[in-house]
Design a protein. Structure first.
Ligand SMILES: Nc1ncnc2c1ncn2[C@@H]1O[C@H](COP(=O)(O)OP(=O)(O)OP(=O)(O)O)[C@@H](O)[C@H]1O
Ligand SMILES: [Mg+2]
Lengths: 229, 408
C-alpha cells in the first residue's frame, strides 16, 4: 500500500522555488497496475523518486505499507529500496564499467545473496527481458533499447513488491515495447505493484488505472477504460 | 553475510583499482617512496651507529685513559698530545696497579710525540708512542708481524720500534721484510721489531711504538708520562675504578678538586654512550624526514580518493538506490584506499630493503635494516590509507542517493 497525503516537493533555486510536486494525495493498493502520464516537467520523475524512497517530501506524508517513510533512517531506507522496490530509471543509470550481468546482480549483492546464486538469478532475469546473449557486454556495447532492458532486469532481480518504471519503453522499438508490456502484465498478474511513467497513451492504457499530473498536481485519476488522452 | 559483503567490496575495489591502473600506481607510489625511505634511511642510520660503535670498541675494551692536562671534554681519540706537559708519575702507575686485580687488569703508561721517521731515502711523519708491553692488550691493537715492545726492551731502554701499517707502506713502498731494518727518529737510530695490524684509522695506522723508557731518554727527557691506558676488569667496575683513580690521583698530586687538576679521565663507556646518543638522534632525524614523505604519500592517497569519489558520485547514487547502505559504500572506498596503501607499503618495504642492500653492496656503506622500522613503516602506511582514505570514503557514504544520482 502506497499512500501520499498532501505531498509537496519544492526545489529552491536561489530566490525562486520550483514546485515540482504541489500537494499530491494518492493511494495505490498492493497489486495495482498504474500509469502516470503528464507533460514534460510536470513532476512525474519527482513523484517516482519520492515513492521509491530516493527523495523525501518537503511537506506532507508518505506511508509505504503503513509505515511513515519520513521516520525511517538511512539504513532502513536502503533496505526498503533493496527489498521492496525495483526502480527503472528514466536515464537507466547502469554502471558503465561492469557487464550487463553484473549490473543486474547489484541489488542482490546488497541483499547479501552469495555469488553463485546471484549469477543464476541475474541470468534468469536477463533471459526474461530477452538479453541472455548480451550478458557479458558492458553498457557501452549495448544499444539504447538493450540498456533499457538491462535496467528493467536489474529492477526485477530482487523480486520487489513494487516496480517503479520511468519511461520503460521510451527507447524500445514497438515489438520489444510490446514484449516488455506483456512482461509487466505477467508480473502484475503474479501480484507485483506496478507504477509506470509514460508519454505513450497506448502504453498508459495497458494499466488498470491512469493518473494524470500537471504542474505538480494530480489532474485526473481514472480507471484506464475511462481515461482519454 | 558480513563476510560475503567484505569479499564483495574487496572484489569491487580490486576492479576499480584495475580500471585506473596509472592513477592507482601513482597513488601507491607516494606510499611506496615513503615506506621505502623510512626503511632505507633508518637502516643507514642504524648502520652508521653500529659502525661507529664497532670502531669505538676496537679502541679496546673496558678502557679508561688518564690524560695529563686540564680536562677538555672526554676523548679516547688520540689528539695532538705532543705539547702536553706530562704530569703522571711512576707512583701514579703503581697506585693504579695497586687498586687490585678486582678492578684493574692492566696499566700501560704512554707518552707521544709527532716526529719525522726516516728509512734510506724515504721519510714520513709518525705519532711516536712510548709505552710498555701491556699496551696492545689494553687497546686491542696488536702486531701482525714480528713482536711488540717487550718488558726486556723497556728495562734495557732498547732502541727498537714497532711501526704502524701506514708507516710500513710509506717507508717500504716496494714491500719487503722490515724486521731488522734501521730507521731514524729525531736523529736516533731504531731497529724495527714488528708491524702493527691495519686498523683503517689513520691515527692508529700512522703510529710507531717504542719502549717508554727509550722515549723518555731520547725524545722528551724527564720521567713523567702523558697518559695512562688502563683496562678495567669488567664494564661493571668502570665507574668505581674511575672514581677511585680520580680520588687517589688528587691525593697523590696534592690537589683539592678536579677543577684545578692536572689530569683528567676519559671513560670508554661515556664516549660510547655519547656516540650512541648522537647516532640515535641522527637515525631519528632521518626517520622523521622519511616519515614526512610518508605523510605526503598519505595526502596523495586522500587526493586521489577524493577525485575518485567525486568522479563516481553517480555510481555511488546508483548503488545506494539499489540498496547499498552507508557502510557498504564506506567499506568499498576504504578497502580501495587500504589496498593501495598495503600494495604501496609492500613495494616500499622491497624498495627500502633493496636500497639498503645496494648501499652496502655498491657504496660500501654500513646499513642495518631493523625489523622494527619495517613493521612501523608498513603499519603506518596502512594506517595512512585508513586515515586519508577514510575522509573521502566517509563523504561518499553520506551522500544523498538522489543528489548523487543527479550529479553530472
Ligand atoms: N534537482 C532539481 N532542482 C531543481 N528543479 C528540479 C530538480 N529536479 C526537477 N526539477 C524541476 O521539477 C519539475 C519536475 O521535474 P520532473 O523531472 O519530475 O519532470 P517529469 O515530469 O519527469 O518530466 P519528463 O517527462 O521530461 O521526464 C521540473 O520543472 C524540473 O525543472
Ligand atoms: Mg521524468
Amino acid at each position: 500500500m502506497i499512500e501520499l497525503i498532501e505531498v509537496t516537493r519544492h526545489y529552491r533555486m536561489g530566490e525562486s522555488t520550483v514546485k515540482a510536486l504541489d500537494g499530491v494525495s494518492l493511494a495505490i493498493g498492493d497489486g495495482e497496475y498504474v500509469s502516470v502520464v503528464g507533460p514534460s516537467g510536470s513532476g512525474k520523475s519527482t513523484l517516482m523518486n519520492l515513492i521509491g524512497c530516493l527523495d523525501s517530501p518537503t511537506a506532507g506524508r508518505y506511508a509505504l505499507g503503513g509505515e511513515d517513510v519520513a521516520k525511517l533512517g538511512r539504513d532502513r531506507l536502503a533496505d526498503v529500496r533493496n527489498r521492496r522496490i525495483g526502480f527503472v530509471f528514466q536515464s537507466f543509470n547502469l554502471l558503465p564499467r561492469v557487464t550487463a550481468l553484473e549490473n543486474v546482480e547489484l541489488p542482490l549483492v546488497y541483499a547479501g545473496i552469495p555469488g553463485r546464486r546471484r549469477r543464476q538469478i541475474a541470468r534468469e532475469v536477463l533471459e526474461r527481458v530477452g538479453l541472455s546473449d548480451r550478458a557479458h557486454h558492458v553498457p557501452n556495447e549495448l544499444s539504447g533499447g538493450q540498456r533499457q532492458r538491462v535496467a528493467i532486469a536489474r529492477a526485477l532481480a530482487g523480486r520487489p513488491s513494487v516496480l517503479l518504471a520511468d519511461e520503460p519503453t521510451g527507447a524500445l522499438d514497438s515489438k520489444t515495447g510490446v514484449e516488455i508490456m506483456a512482461l509487466f502484465r505477467e508480473l502484475n498478474r503474479d501480484g507485483m505493484t506496478l507504477i509506470v511513467v509514460t508519454h505513450d497513451a497506448d502504453v498508459a492504457r495497458q494499466a488498470d488505472r491512469v493518473i494524470q499530473v500537471r504542474d505538480g498536481r494530480v489532474l485526473s485519476d481514472l480507471p484506464a477504460g475511462e481515461w482519454v488522452a | 553475510m558480513k563476510l560475503l559483503k567484505s569479499v564483495e567490496s574487496l572484489r569491487m575495489s580490486v576492479r576499480s583499482i584495475g580500471a585506473n591502473k596509472i592513477r592507482s600506481f601513482l597513488t601507491a607510489l607516494g606510499v611506496m617512496i615513503g615506506v621505502g625511505a623510512v626503511i632505507a634511511l633508518v637502516a643507514l642510520g642504524n648502520g652508521a651507529q653500529v659502525s661507529v660503535q664497532q670502531s669505538l670498541e676496537s679502541l679496546g675494551s673496558n678502557l679508561l685513559i688518564v690524560y695529563s692536562g686540564q680536562p677538555r671534554g672526554s676523548s679516547l681519540v688520540r689528539r695532538n698530545t705532543s705539547n702536553i706537559v706530562p704530569a703522571l708519575t711512576d707512583e701514579d702507575v703503581a697506585m693504579v696497579a695497586g687498586l687490585g686485580p678486582d678492578l684493574v687488569s692492566r696499566v700501560a703508561p704512554e707518552s707521544t710525540s709527532t716526529s719525522q721517521v726516516k728509512f734510506e731515502n724515504y721519510n714520513t711523519v709518525a705519532t711516536v708512542s712510548g709505552t710498555t708491553d701491556a699496551y696492545p692488550h689494553i687497546r686491542n691493537f696488536h702486531p701482525i708481524y714480528g713482536a711488540f715492545v717487550s718488558p726486556a726492551d723497556v728495562d734495557a731502554r732498547r732502541t727498537v720500534a714497532v711501526i704502524g701499517a701506514q708507516i710500513y707502506r710509506d717507508l717500504f713502498p716496494a714491500g719487503g721484510d722490515p724486521l731488522g731494518a734501521r730507521v731514524r727518529i729525531d736523529g736516533v737510530s731504531f731497529t724495527i721489531i714488528g708491524v702493527m695490524e691495519e686498523k683503517g684509522s689513520s691515527a692508529q695506522d700512522t703510529s710507531l711504538f717504542i719502549p717508554i723508557t727509550t722515549f723518555q731518554r731520547h725524545i722528551t727527557g724527564g720521567t713523567k708520562y702523558q697518559s695512562l691506558n688502563i683496562q678495567a676488569t669488567s664494564t661493571d667496575v668502570m665507574a668505581q675504578l674511575e672514581f677511585s683513580i680520580e680520588q687517589e690521583l688528587l691525593r697523590l698530586h696534592k690537589l683539592p678538586s678536579m677543577e684545578v687538576a692536572d689530569f683528567y679521565i676519559a671513560n670508554q663507556l661515556d664516549l660510547i654512550g655519547t656516540v650512541e646518543g648522537v647516532a640515535g638522534t641522527f637515525t631519528l632525524l632521518l626517520g622523521s624526514i622519511a616519515a614526512i614523505s610518508l605523510l605526503v604519500g598519505g595526502i596523495g592517497i586522500m587526493n586521489i580518493m577524493l577525485v575518485s569519489v567525486t568522479e563516481r558520485t553517480r555510481e555511488i547514487g546508483v548503488r545506494m538506490a539499489l540498496g547499498a547502505k552507508s557502510r557498504d559504500v564506506l567499506a568499498q572506498f576504504l578497502t580501495e584506499a587500504v589496498i593501495l596503501s598495503i600494495g604501496g607499503g609492500l613495494l616500499g618495504v622491497a624498495i627500502g630493503v633493496g636500497v639498503s642492500w645496494a648501499a652496502v653492496r655498491f657504496a660500501g656503506m654500513a646499513s642495518v635494516v631493523s625489523l622494527d622500522s619495517v613493521f612501523i613503516a608498513f603499519g603506518f602506511a596502512v594506517v595512512t590509507g585508513l586515515f586519508f582514505g577514510g575522509y573521502p570514503a566517509y563523504r561518499a557514504s553520506r551522500l544523498n542517493p538522489i543528489d548523487a544520482l543527479r550529479y553530472e
